[in-house]
Design a protein around this ligand. Sequence first.
Ligand code: HAM
Length: 416
Amino acid sequence: MYKAPRGTADILPEEQPHWRLIEQKAAETCQLYGYERIDTPVFEDTGLFARSIGEETDIVAKEMYTFEDRGGNQVTLRPEGTAPVCRAYLEHGLASRTKPVKLYYLSPIFRYERPQSGRYRQHHQFGYEAIGDGDAALDAEVIDMAWRFFASFKLTGLSLQLNSIGCRQDRPGYIKALKAYYADHLARLCPDCNKRYQRNPLRLLDCKKPICTRIAAAAPQNTDYLCPECGEHFSRLTGYLTQLKLPFVLNHRLVRGLDYYTRTVFEIQPEGEEAAQSTLGGGGRYDHLIEQLGGQPTPAVGFATGLERIVLNINKQGIAVPPPFRPAVFIAGVGGEAVAEAIKLAANLRGNGTGVIHGSGGRSLKAQLRQANSLGARHAVIIGEHEVASGTVILRNMATSEQETVALKDLAARLG
Ligand code: HAM
């Protein structure tokens, strides 16, 4: 028997209400802040991701689903949503629109990770990007939007972690200080961190191994090395967040897993969890990405959250979601002619916009009513030979089991 590939999941009918609720709240939140939907292909040229996310990141080095297609092109299943949006922004000349250009997406994402609770090889993200404005007010808006989105589910106990990782000007000074600090600890660091020390020292800060975490705790802090412009940007941002009453926590070890970030980085985490596989969402500013992909220098900021993790947290916190769709009416036809009448009636009612399921005629009335009950229909309409002959139906209220005879011509009005 075949099974869904490891790290993927089927979303069964009973789980669909959660997903529809999240999509609905995503669209509503985007409307509140003026974001428009964009959809990009599931796969792109591999180079787009290697170039933007960074060759040394786990995503590019170990996790991409990359293959050569039949035409000999190297393509990759989308491992994140920001680079494709920037590619589309450039390809379609969206730079000519009023800035910031605000776009959002809901899309499947593929990363070859070690599957565990909340971590999949195919997951789904709701993300949004504001392109073309460097003002700290926009960072505040992007963070406020994420916070409002989670609040709309009544999720509690979330924490908002914030940091600034500076820019091209101040990064070399900080990296120098970081390397000087870590030089004394190399023998105690894990093998991966020894590689990071050489290739991507910022990543040293977010290693989850206990020994590396302890060493990172006393490392120099990026915010102490910001250039005056980045320092000013960060202090304006924290001022706006305070004004908005967003309870941010400064986290000097927050660097994020993608290389394109500059200045603001942030994450939203659920209460008391090991961060790596439970972070609800993350984002930040990426002021050089558009330029790196061949465009004009264009500042931008964005955020993305994993839908599976939202579902997990909604369930953990026992938050009610709207019940799944239920058909209003179940039609039970008993006997040859009655079944033909039931099919006709179902078509008429559907034409009036009433949801109808009709039972299969070969089954007993009792079996059909049991089916109506398990489907959660509000009413059952029973048609037997007597009803066909007299132009009536029996209307049964499934909650109370009360039944009455109704003329066929009056039925639609009674159900409406
Ligand atoms: P990211 O932090 O890599 O950021 O992913 C965003 C969110 O996707 C995570 O916080 C998590 O909720 C979810 N997620 C990531 N990997 C998995 C997985 N294997 N299984 C389940 N959920 C997962 C980005 O992708 C950036 N593009 C965000 C961004 C947008 N930055 C600026 N704009």
